[in-house]
Design a protein around this ligand. Structure first.
Ligand SMILES: C[S@@+](CC[C@H](N)C(=O)[O-])C[C@H]1O[C@@H](n2cnc3c(N)ncnc32)[C@H](O)[C@@H]1O
Length: 231
């Protein structure tokens, strides 16, 4: 009897219906609850500094940096520098790596040996040229790109077109905050990042969505947000 019950349970927890239920309802309901409770993580901190990240998404970044051997992160959207500081802390612990972070504003009030702050629009050709020159100097073995600036769909799509060149085969562009396109409470900001990444994937066969990574912790702000370069 126990064996039968175990088999039924296993079938249910691996079924398409269970997955759909989790993605469509559990995830969205829980995410809304987390967003209301935390003010969309506006007051979240890392070692005392504000970091505007869902902690489960931050954890997934840490895992990827360590597991994939990432030694350069190019981040669009510095804000107060929290996510750059978080990733630089991870790099400190593993003894390698740098962060280049870009923002139209200078809101970060600190310096860090592993972080280079660039001021300007992430889609400005001069800024892109500066990033390219710096990447050439650093000659990283594995770059990861993190898109967390203006979340308007057309802007994110342009960033994807511009920054995908920095990602090596097997590497990732992480498109943050696609939940804008899913949650009714964010409908005023659409089309957002999820729209953009779907447009990009449809036109660039070199990239594919890594759903396993994107959905690893279920309650992510970035559905389908991990784009892997396959060629
Ligand atoms: C969501 S915040 C970034 C949060 C930060 N990554 C963190 O986790 O702490 C978005 C930032 O993008 C910046 N931004 C908006 N438009 C931009 C653009 N065109 N280029 C670069 N940064 C931009 C804003 O000034 C804002 O600071």
């Amino acid at each position: 009897m126990t064996g039968v019950r175990e088999r039924v349970r296993r079938r249910w927890y691996t079924s398409t219906l269970w997955r759909w239920w989790n993605e469509r309802w559990v995830r969205r309901m829980a995410l809304k609850g987390m967003i209301w409770r935390t003010g969309n993580f506006a007051g979240t901190t890392w070692l005392g500094r504000p970091v505007w990240q869902n902690p489960l998404d931050a954890w997934a970044l840490q895992e990827a940096i360590v597991h994939d051997g990432v030694d350069l992160v190019i981040e669009c959207g510095t804000n107060r520098g929290g996510s750059a500081y978080y990733m630089a802390s991870v790099f400190d612990l593993i003894g390698r790596g740098r962060v280049i972070t870009i923002d139209v504003e200078s809101l970060a009030d600190f310096q860090h040996d592993r972080i280079e702050f660039l001021k300007g629009s992430s889609v400005d050709p001069e800024l892109i040229a500066a990033v390219r020159a710096r990447v050439d100097e650093l000659a990283p073995s594995r770059t990861m790109v993190l898109l967390d600036s203006d979340h308007a769909g057309p802007h994110v799509l342009r960033e994807l077109e511009l920054y995908s060149e920095f990602v090596p085969i097997g590497g990732y562009v992480v498109v943050q905050d696609g939940c804008i396109d899913e949650l009714a409470i964010m409908r005023d900001d659409r089309p957002g990042p999820l729209w953009a990444l779907r447009q990009f994937i449809a036109n660039d066969p070199n990239f594919e969505i890594d759903e396993a990574r994107s959905g690893r912790y279920l309650l992510s702000h970035s559905p389908s947000g991990w784009l892997r370069r396959r060629s």
